[in-house]
Structures are given as C-alpha cells and as structure tokens.
Design a protein around this ligand. Structure first.
Ligand code: NAP
Ligand code: GDD
Length: 380
C-alpha cells in the first residue's frame, strides 16, 4: 500500500522538491494550493497529473492556512499518513509589513493542522512535520546553533514561527502525536523565490552577463548565512518523519558565508572578479577583471569585456530590516548521527546549479531584457 502525504505549500520551493521526492518514493501526494488570479503552479507543472488520467498520484486542492474549516475538511477527506506543513508567509522583510497576516498563516496555521489531526482522531495515524527555521535563533546566543541553543527571534516572521515550533512540541507532549520540527537553515535552489537574496543575486549576475541591467542594489551585505541546497533539505524532512519517535532536528551545512562573498562567488562563476570598496551605504562592487574564455564557456556568448571596470553592486538602505539576523551557522551533528543525513551539495555546487539555470532562463526570457516590470531589484 502506498503511503499518503499531504503537503501544505506545495507550490513553493520546498513543496515542489518534496512532492517530486515523495512521488519517486512511491507516495500518493496531496497538495494544498492557494487560489490566485494568475497560475501559481509553475514549480510543479512537470509533475502535474491531469485529473482525467487514471492511476493519478498527485492531487491538488484549493486551500489556505488561514481557513480552519478548509484545513480540517481536507485532513478528514485525505486521512494522510504524513503531513508536511510547509505553507507560510516566508519572507522575513515582508513580515514587518504584514505582521498580523504572518501570525495568522504561520503561527495559527500550524495550530490548525495539529488541531485538525487531533479533533479527527488521527493522532495515532498521522505524522506531522513542521517547517521550523534557523530564524528562531535570531540574535544568536551560541555559535554554532544546535537543538539546545535558546531562541531569540528578530522579526514578526520568526516570532510566528516560534509559536509554530512550540505548539508542535506541545501537541507531541500533550497528545502523544508524532509531530516533529525540522529547524532548517537557509536552503536555496534554481527555483528559490526571486526576492530571497541568493536568487536575487544569481538572476542579477545572469542578466548583467547577458548585457541587460546595470547595477544590483542590496541591503546588508555583511549578513552571514549557512546556505544549503533545497534538494538535500527535503530529504531530511522525509527522514525526520520516518523515525520511530518524533523529535526536533537542526538541518544545516555547518558553514557560514556572507552575502558579499555569495556575490563574489556568483560573479566568479562567470569568470568575473569583483572588488568591494567603501563603507556602509557607500559600499560598492566593481568588476576588476574578466576571464574571457571562462565567461564565454559559462555564458555561451561574448567575452565579458562589457563588464570590466563597471560598478555592478551598490547598497540601497531600503533593503535593510528593522532588526537583522547578522549570522547563522548550524551544528548538524544530531541529523548526521541520528538520521544519517548528509548534504550532497556544497556552496560552490549550489551556486553553479543556480547560475546555470538562471543564465538559461534569462537568455530565454527576452521580455525581461526589454525592461519588463520584473527587473532584478525587487522591493524585498
Ligand atoms: P516559499 O517558496 O515561500 O513557499 C511557501 C509556500 O506556502 C507557497 O506554496 C505559498 O503559496 C504557500 N503559502 C503561503 N501562504 C499561504 C497560505 N496562507 N495558505 C496556503 N498556502 C500558503 O517557501 P519555501 O522556501 O519553500 O519554505 C517552505 C517552508 O519552510 C516555509 O514554511 C518557510 O517558512 C520554511 N523555511 C524555509 C527555509 C528556506 O531557507 N527556504 C528555511 C527554514 C524554514 P504561493 O505559491 O501561492 O505563494
Ligand atoms: N531578501 C534580501 N534582499 N535580503 C538581503 C538583501 C536583499 O536585497 N540584501 C541583503 N540581504 C540580507 C538580508 O538582510 C538577510 O540578512 C540575508 O541577506 C538573507 O536574506 P533572505 O535571502 O531574504 O533570507 P532570510 O535569511 O531572511 O530568510 C530565509 O531563510 C530563513 C531560514 O533562516 C527565508 O527562507 C525564511 O523563510 C527562512 O526561515
């Protein structure tokens, strides 16, 4: 008998990779997607099953984390073996602008899932994975951060996720539910949302390589993150729910890198060397040399000479956050020893994967070249 999984947030980065992974493991996968005025299933179109086909294994349902009736009736209908609660308003900066909605979707949304399972008498049947986050550590109390490090959230998003974390622990302890938290550090991929900093950078570098756009504006380039590949991290989610006992796990690479160095590495991928000068809001990055041969082999056209000497990065304080998380780095000892989990991608391989994909995408999407509204300098 195939296992049945319900994924909230199936249209997001992690939801898409997880759905693909679970289908490969033989699961029947149900996903909750929000109604939107334009199609929002681009990340899962390649695994979409036409409702007219027989033997379907992927099912999509309309729903929203803010709607208890909808969540409860879907859990009742699907009776899943496993729920992966990935849906969230997941942008830290945006959470300062939409704090109430963020609390509703990210904090109460988690409660709605747990309560649905409890009320429907599925406590002994349904296992729950909660998408917790390294943002919980915020103003970090320890380096590196492990399962025992105290939390100090620094945004409405992180505070909402703190509730999600503790309500998951509480339902596990109060009702004996198989409910676990994955405390995942930043993970990225070619399908990462365009307003998160890594994707903003790989898109911008690709566009500049192809001769469109001039300058990438960023916020705090000194912030450091422990970046991994989303493909590695969805494997960890499945491993967490496959354990006989529920528990909480840090999932991280153990290596931290600044946003500035991420920019350096992304330009490095196309053979361009960038030098930073200036301080604070006056900081800027200029291209000092380009390896023409490498540029041509990676970009597929030209020698990159159009970039030489150009200012390609500058600071716009609009991207600063009212309270910032300056540095995150995870201790993955528990995941390695108890789950047998190990990341396959290092940062070089992650950046190569993202750059390859964005170079292809930007070359194809010539409407972007013509100055469509989707330029690289998003508000977030
Ligand atoms: P993402 O790409 O932003 O995806 C979020 C998903 O949630 C999307 O499918 C989105 O739908 C859906 N969603 C948002 N609000 C919703 C609502 N009210 N009702 C129903 N669905 C809603 O995020 P991700 O990077 O895949 O992350 C997955 C989860 O892990 C999130 O909970 C995030 O907070 C958490 N997390 C992420 C990371 C990371 O580095 N990626 C690290 C730690 C934890 P639309 O497509 O319609 O917007
Ligand atoms: N988005 C963005 N845009 N971030 C920037 C920019 C910019 O122009 N310039 C600098 N940064 C800095 C941010 O201030 C932050 O310190 C860092 O880059 C990473 O920002 P994001 O990529 O937006 O990710 P995040 O770390 O805030 O949050 C992500 O990771 C969390 C796990 O730690 C999200 O995926 C969260 O949902 C997730 O929980």
């Amino acid at each position: 008998m195939s296992k049945t999984a319900l994924i909230t947030g199936i249209t997001g980065q992690d939801g898409a990779y997880l759905a693909e992974y679970l289908l490969k493991q033989g699961y029947i996968v149900h996903g909750i997607k929000r109604r939107s005025s334009s199609l929002n299933t681009e990340r899962i179109d390649h695994i979409y099953d036409d409702p007219h086909n027989s033997g379907r294994r992927l099912f999509l349902h309309y729903g929203d984390m803010t709607d208890s009736l909808n969540i409860t009736s879907l859990v009742q209908k699907i009776q899943p073996d496993e729920i992966y609660n990935l849906a969230a308003m997941s942008h830290v900066k945006v959470s300062f602008e939409t704090p109430e909605y963020t609390a509703n979707a990210d904090a109460l949304g988690t409660l709605r899932i747990l309560e649905a399972v409890r009320m429907l008498g599925l406590t002994g049947h349904t296992r729950i994975y909660q998408a917790s986050t390294s943002e919980l550590y915020g103003l970090v109390r320890q380096v590196p951060q492990s399962e025992d490090t105290p939390f100090y959230p620094r945004s409405p998003y992180a505070v909402a996720k703190l509730y999600g974390y503790w309500i998951t622990v509480n339902y596990r302890e109060a009702y004996g539910m198989h409910a676990s938290n994955g405390i995942l550090f930043n993970h990225e991929s070619p399908i990462r949302g365009e307003t998160f900093v890594t994707r903003k950078i790989t898109r911008a570098v690709s566009r500049m390589a192809l001769g469109c756009d001039d300058c990438l504006y960023l916020g705090n380039m000194s912030a450091k993150r422990d970046w991994g590949h989303a493909k590695d991290y969805v494997r960890a989610m499945h491993l967490i729910l496959s354990q006989p006992e529920p528990d909480d796990y840090v999932i991280a690479t153990g290596i931290t890198t600044s946003v500035r160095d991420f920019v350096r590495m992304a330009f490095g991928y196309i053979g361009a060397e960038i030098e930073f000068s200036g301080e604070g809001t006056a900081e800027e990055g200029r291209i000092v040399s380009v390896n023409g041969e490498l540029f041509n082999s990676r970009v597929g056209t030209g020698d990159g000479s159009h970039l030489k000497g150009r200012r390609v990065v500058a600071v716009d304080p609009a991207y600063f956050r009212p309270t910032e998380v300056e540095m995150l780095v995870g201790d993955n000892t528990k995941a390695r020893t108890k789950l047998g989990w190990q990341p396959q991608y290092d940062l070089d391989a992650l950046i190569a994967d993202m750059m390859k994909s964005d170079l292809k995408l930007m070359a194809r999407e010539d409407y972007l070249r013509k100055g469509g509204y989707r330029t690289m300098n998003y508000f977030e």
